[in-house]
Design a binder for this molecule. Sequence first.
Ligand code: HMG
Length: 450
Amino acid sequence: MSHSKHELGGDKQSSTRGGNISSRIPGFYKLGVRERLTALRDLAGLSDAEVGLLHDGCLSVEQANHMVENVVGTYALPLGLGLNFQVNGRDYLVPMCVEEPSVIAAASNAARMVREGGGFVAEADPPLMIAQVQLYDVPDTTAGTQAILAEKAALMCACNDAQPSLVRRGGGTRDIEVRTLEPSTAEDAGMLVVHLIVDCCDAMGANLVNTVAEAVAPRLAALAGGCFGLRILSNLADRRCVRVRCRVPVDVLRSERFDGVAVRDGIVLASRFAELDPYRAATHNKGIMNGIDPVVLATGNDWRGVEAGAHAFAARSGVYRPLAIWRAGSDGMLLGQIELPMAIGTVGGTLRVHPGARLGLQISGVKSAQELGMVMASVGLASNLAALRALAAEGIQQGHMSLHARSVAVAAGASGALVDIVAAELSKLGDIRKERAEQILSQLRESAAY
Ligand code: HMG
C-alpha cells in the first residue's frame, strides 16, 4: 500500500459504520484522490488496508483466476463516489464503477437537487425471483395445469427440500403458478410453463432458483403428462421491483440561461417524448442505466441480469416505454418516479471472491438487498433527472463534454498537470476534439512552459 500514516491522518483499523452519515460533501470533487480517500476512510469506517486496496487495485490476478476461466490478467475501471444521496431519510455514499465521464458528477448533481425536496422516497417488493420450468408435449394443458395446482402444497415442500439452507435463513418457495403458452405453430401446442416463486432473502438468487427448478421439474412433467425442457430463472424479475419517487423544487432546476419553471416544463416535455416514442425511450432508459449499472458493478452484482430485467420490464405492455416519468405537481414542484425490477444481492456470488465488491458494499452502508435496490433505483432516477435537465436547458454537451475534455486531453498525449490545463482550454474554446487538444499541447510545449 502506498499511503503513509501521515497522508491518511493516522493508522486506522476497519470499523463498522455507526449512525447516519452525511453524503452531502460540497466540493468533494475538487479534492485530490488521497484527500478523498481520507475523507471516505473516516466516513465509511474503512481500515488503512482497505483504503490501500481502493488506491492500488482491488483484485489480484490470483483472485481473478479463481473467478473466471482462461485468466490472463485483470481489467480496471474507475471507482467514484456518488454524493448527496438521501433515500428514505438516510444518507448514502454510493460506489460507482464506470468508464464514462460526467456520469458520477451528473448523478451527484441531481441528488443534490432532490435533497432540496426531501430526498428520494423508495419502496421495494420482497426479494422474490421466478424460476421457469418449461413443459412440452402436454396432451391436455388444462388438465395438466389442474394436476399441478392440485399438488401445489406438496410441490412447494419439494422445492424447499431442495434448498434447506435458504429456508433456514427465512426464504423459500412462496408460490407456484402455471401458464399456458399460446401456440403460434403446430410444434408449440401443448406447452406449459411453471413459475416457481422463490424468496431469495439477500441473495440475487440465480443459482438458488435454478437448483429448485431442476429438483422439481421431473415431478411437474409427470403431473402434466408431458416432458420437461428448460429449468432456469427469468431475468424479468417483476416480482422484485423497486419504486422510487422524488420532488424537486423548481428553483434548484434553473440553469445559466433558463429559469426553473422553463427547465421543469422542458423535463416534463422530455418525459412525454419518451412515453410516446420508443426511439427516445431507449435513450431515456440508457440515461437511467448510466446510474444503475455503475452501482451494480461496484457491488459485485450481475449487470447483464439487471439490464435484461429493466428492458424487458420497459417493454412489458408490448411497447417499449420509459422506466421513469416526470410531471409538474399541483404545488409547482417537479415530480419524478421510476419503477423497475432489481434482481441484486448483498450476499453470495461475486461478493464471496471479489474484495472490491465487498468494499463497494461496505461503502454503501446498506444492510439488505432490498435497501441496495432502492439506492440503485434512486441513482437511476437521479441520472435521468441530470440528463433531462441538461437536455431541456443548455444541451448535454456543455456539462458532459467539459468533463469528457480530460479524456480527450489524455488521448492527445497530455499527462500529469497538463491534463487539466489542456482540458480547461478545450472547454473554454468549446471545441473538445483530439486535434484541438494536440494543437494546444504542442503550443504549451513550444512555449517551454512544460
Ligand atoms: P454544474 O452545474 O456545472 O455543476 O453541472 P456545479 O458546479 O453547480 O455543481 C453541482 C454539483 O454537481 C456539485 O455539488 C457536485 O455534486 C456535482 P457540490 O460539490 O458543488 O456541492 N459536480 C461534480 N461532481 C464531480 N465532479 C465534477 C462535478 N461537477 C459538478 N467535476 C454537470 C455540471 C456535469 C454535473 C451537469 O452539467 C450535469 O449534470 N450534466 C448532465 C451530464 C450527464 O447526464 N451525463 C451523462 C452522460 S450523457 C448520456 O449518456 C445520457 C443521455 O443520452 C441520456 C438522455 O438522452 O436522456 C444524455
